[in-house]
Design a protein around this ligand. Structure first.
Ligand code: CA
Ligand code: CA
Length: 134
């Protein structure tokens, strides 16, 4: 209401949007296809406008041989960041937080976690992941 605004012209309004919308998650389970170059995709829609800056990506995957896996993060504008690639050997499961500098990349839109299982036999599931804008 612009007509009422002048009555409050000495009042300074401050809103901290970073507190309202800096954490996004996807809790849906996505089975990872065994030895499949497309892998499993899980998306998170972010309505946090502006530069992504530094982010924390938390990933929780159940798997019986995590050395099979390539984990890629795709930004809304298509930049790819490899979180890890065939590391961990025969270790079960991934529960990690990756700290990434995404300065210069727009935050708003669909972020995709793509998990590719490169070796036949052992299988797993994306259980949960999240993005926190710091
Ligand atoms: Ca889940
Ligand atoms: Ca496998």
């Amino acid at each position: 209401m612009l007509t009422g605004y002048s009555a409050f012209s000495d009042v300074e309004l401050i809103a901290d949007y970073s507190l309202a919308s800096n954490f996004y998650e996807n809790d849906t389970n996505h089975p990872i296809p065994d030895k499949d170059n497309n892998g499993a995709q899980s998306s998170i829609t972010v309505n946090h406008i502006g530069d992504a800056g530094n982010i924390n990506v938390e990933v929780n995957i159940s798997h019986t041989y995590t050395g099979d896996l390539i984990l890629e993060l795709h930004s809304p504008t298509g930049e790819k960041h490899i979180l890890q690639k065939k590391s961990g050997g025969g270790t079960d499961d991934i529960a990690k937080v990756y700290s990434i500098d995404m300065t210069g990349i727009e935050a708003q839109g669909d972020w995709i976690l793509n998990v590719i299982d490169t070796v036949k036999n052992d299988i797993g599931t994306i259980e949960h992941w999240s993005i926190t804008f710091l």
